[in-house]
Design a protein around this ligand. Sequence first.
Ligand code: PXG
Length: 456
Amino acid sequence: MTTSRETRDYQAADAAHHIHAFVDQKALNDEGPRVMVRGERLHLWDNDGRRYLDGMSGLWCTNLGYRRQDLNAAASRQLEQLPYYNMFFHTTHPQVIELSELLFSLLPGHYSHAIYTNSGSEANEVLIRTVRRYWQVLGKPEKKIMIGRWNGYHGSTLAATALGGMKFMHEMGGMLPDIEHIDEPYFFAHGGDLTPAEFGLRAARQLEAKILELGADKVAGFIAEPFQGAGGMIFPPESYWPEIQRICRQYDVLLCADEVIGGFGRTGEWFAHEHFGFEPDTLSIAKGLTSGYIPMGGLILSKKMAEVLVEQGGVFAHGLTYSGHPVAAAVAIANLKALRDEGVVTRVKDDIGPYLQQCLREVFGNHPLVGDIQGAGMVAALQLAEDKATRKRFANENDIAWRCRTIGFEEGVIIRSTLGRMIMAPALIASRGEIDELVGKTLKALDRTAQEYGRL
Ligand code: PXG
């Protein structure tokens, strides 16, 4: 279970050569990162043999859990047979063709084409160019502004950073022209005296106001996650998405759903927009497409858009060396077949998802740190709050949540903290026993945190 190298030896070599994601590298070097060496279903082991229940599916991606032999075999077979070929020289290969057939058999019927990428960030880079190209082909080249949301997350490359609404990322050289933002639909924080339904409509109508301010003839598309992931696992009120859809249709603005986290069964539907009941024009996908076993993402286009681009568009000057990579496609096929044929997504909707949601509400409904619980299927957030009735948040919610996450690691459970929210998104194949372990260890982490902050 452990390797032949000492953990501190790994840590020293890591500190000498590696810049990690979203972290103060100097502080991390002092602390020393955990060295993960093995995974099995929902569990991970570090180099010192410590075992963790992974409540986050890696980074919202290992939908089938760790160590699936079928995904392993699909990759090995493909590496043996054809490890690489490209799509530039008027060529293709069976794996990308079969992946597309499978993907579109799982998607609602009004989608028809995919542009494959290696990641979610790239999917959103491609999105901006594709949406702008679409309006160019239709003779409206001035329609090029993209509207995103504050506290949305669409990736870490330049345009994906700009599309997202993380101000601290914008401030680090991450902004571009022709990208605008509206507020997020975060009822607990910003709902004031409104009902959730009223707030949802008000938040959606910011989009209408923004389109009118900029001019509908200048706005190409609106991008949003059906529920915010990295921003705190925030579900919008039910009134939000129908109103957003009405506004996009009325002003001829493309509705672009970022399904990188919500896709591939997370909510109990294949795609999160189906859970919320709206019909986007494009879908950005990644993560659960391959259960994270190998990098792959893509942009899904509606028939309406694809027809314009294919029939009237001529050459679209875009392409990546690894678009539709055969090994990634082979893994994606095995992953999608398992999600479908083993009834994984159906089980998230009918059985294990409701079980997780019910356990969370029973266990944390009256917890002294928790003010609200949101989620569906295999994704949930516990909103920390000083006073539940008035939705008063802790002034130091960030510290409390971070402390809770750190205690979680000590208790052997990995959950994520964002601002004052504790987030979990376990693998979709979780058993009831694994959910009990997740909830039980999370409760220990919350109880210990509550004690430290004098709330228990
Ligand atoms: N869109 C969404 C909605 C995402 O969540 C991306 C795009 C970018 O995907 P890539 O594959 O380029 O990373 C993401 C990524 C977090 C966290 O802390 C979430 C993501 C990435 C890193 C951290 O919740 N999501």
